[in-house]
Ligand binder design. Structure first.
Ligand code: SAH
Length: 441
């Protein structure tokens, strides 16, 4: 195979990032934008040891589910990697990604359930981070192409509400007109799916915020913005820095899920798609089959979303979370929802859980919802040693999910059901909830 050369490739698989996968001789080639069962013409743009990256030149035989993307910038901005396929195709592709992980990585013989999809797979995102670009003296907000610093304007992004897009346009012109160009690096916007209220976080390199007039103008002209923060970040590898300073308004934004209210601080995690988060948490609750007598551990609990869902049906819930502000939000959320049988601990799960279980404590059920890197082995070992009867694993990364599930099944656990839920229409991400129980031994 040669760099820059063109090849015809049959797409026979799909990678976990939604790329089409084919073969040229012994080499595996990944092709963004190519769909399963297509014959495509590609150009090789990178070659590594056993794999290559191809750029799609032409679709020679299209998948019947191929469709013209609704957004002009599809394939450019780094979001919506599956927009060229119908929504039915997207769901089938995501199911295959999870099924492949379960069969090939976890070596499990289990049929993954069809993905629970969205009714309307657009305008669902309640949070976005918009990069600022100041080239040619024009202020624009948007995104970077994957693994690059090439800027693509947000341009009425179809994943956000019209109101958020309107706010983005307002910010662009206000920054332009008030001489703030080059000062702001990124802007994070969070919108309450319940009320439409917004939180805006300005991210800068500079440590001091010097633009109080601008903040006043934002409050005056965009009254739905109820919370305004400044965040300092000088590390290009992360989106936001650690320190948030409240510039105006409320310190949290309020959203609701299934009648539960959640106050969300800017640094706290909250699922970006509220309607589908409800579907996910309801499924987890169904798997838990709680009777009201159980002690539940909610590991990686964030602001206590799952804890509060479960608390209504269990004796007690203990939430563990590493970010102190999120734990603080969780405590406040329990209080404001009049839930008294929850306790929240700020700690790394891998530090806290083994110690807690070693002190002769026990739980009937543990739910783990870790970040993309999955669970630390110390967490899995502690579960295995204490023989917790039921584990519910929520994952945003099928590869690490498969790794961890494989480990648990090697030490006395069986997987009962694997249910993907789509929280990210048009994109390749997929959430999975897995019901796992201890074998009777
Ligand atoms: N279950 C929550 C949050 C899931 S996101 C929800 O559904 O809303 C994962 C959470 O794990 C984040 O809040 C992150 O801050 C936290 N986290 C990351 N590493 C952790 C660790 N080692 N121990 C405990 N929490 C951790």
């Amino acid at each position: 195979m040669e760099l820059e050369k063109q090849y015809e490739v049959e797409i026979t698989g799909i990678s976990h990032q939604g790329y089409g996968v084919g073969r040229i001789g012994e080499l595996v080639v990944f092709v963004p934008q190519a769909m399963l069962e297509e014959l495509v013409l590609i150009k090789i743009i990178a070659i590594k040891k056993k794999m290559a990256m191809g750029k799609l030149i032409e679709v020679l035989q299209p998948n019947p589910h191929r469709q013209p993307p609704a957004c002009m910038q599809s394939g450019q901005c780094g979001g919506c990697e599956l927009q060229h396929g119908s929504y039915a195709y997207q769901l089938a592709a995501k199911r295959k990604i999870v099924q492949d992980a379960m069969c090939k990585l976890a070596r499990l013989d289990i049929e993954v359930k069809p993905v629970l999809g969205m009714k309307e797979p657009w305008r669902y995102r309640n949070k976005g981070v918009f990069h600022a670009d100041y080239s040619q003296g024009i202020v624009r907000l948007g995104f970077y192409q994957p693994e690059s610093h090439s800027f693509v304007p947000a341009n009425q992004c179809l994943l956000f509400s019209q109101a958020v897009n309107g706010l983005v346009c307002w910010l662009e012109s206000a920054i332009q007109n008030t001489g703030l160009a080059n000062e702001i690096d990124k802007i994070m916007i969070r919108e309450s799916s319940t009320s439409g209220a917004c939180m805006v976080v300005f991210v800068t390199h500079a440590h001091k915020w010097r633009f109080s007039n601008f903040v006043e103008q934002l409050q005056r002209e965009q009254p739905q913005v109820v919370s305004i923060y400044h965040n300092v970040n000088t590390n290009p590898k992360v989106m936001l820095g650690r320190h948030f300073q409240l510039l105006a308004g409320e310190d949290t934004i309020l959203d609701t899920l299934d009648g539960l209210q959640f106050q969300i601080s800017p640094q706290s995690f909250f699922q970006v798609n509220c309607l589908q988060a409800e579907v996910l948490y309801r499924k987890a609750l169904e798997y838990a089959a709680l009777t009201g007598t159980e002690t539940v551990i909610d590991a990686y609990c964030g602001i206590g979303t799952i804890s509060l869902y479960f608390a209504r049906h269990a004796a007690q819930v203990i939430g563990v979370e590493s970010i102190a502000q999120a734990t603080k939000d969780a405590k406040r959320n329990a209080q404001e929802n009049h839930i008294t049988n929850c306790k929240f601990i700020t700690a790394k799960t891998e530090d806290w859980l083994p110690k807690w279980l070693a002190q002769k404590n026990t739980a009937d059920l543990i739910i783990v919802d870790p970040p993309r890197k999955g669970c630390d082995t110390a967490v899995l070992d502690a579960i295995i040693q204490s023989k917790i009867a039921k584990v519910i694993y929520i994952s945003c990364n099928p590869s690490t999910l498969a790794r961890d599930v494989k480990y648990l099944t090697q030490f006395g656990y069986v997987v009962e059901e694997v249910q993907p839920v789509d929280l990210f229409g048009q994109g390749w991400h997929v959430e999975v909830v897995v019901s796992i129980c201890r074998k009777n031994t």
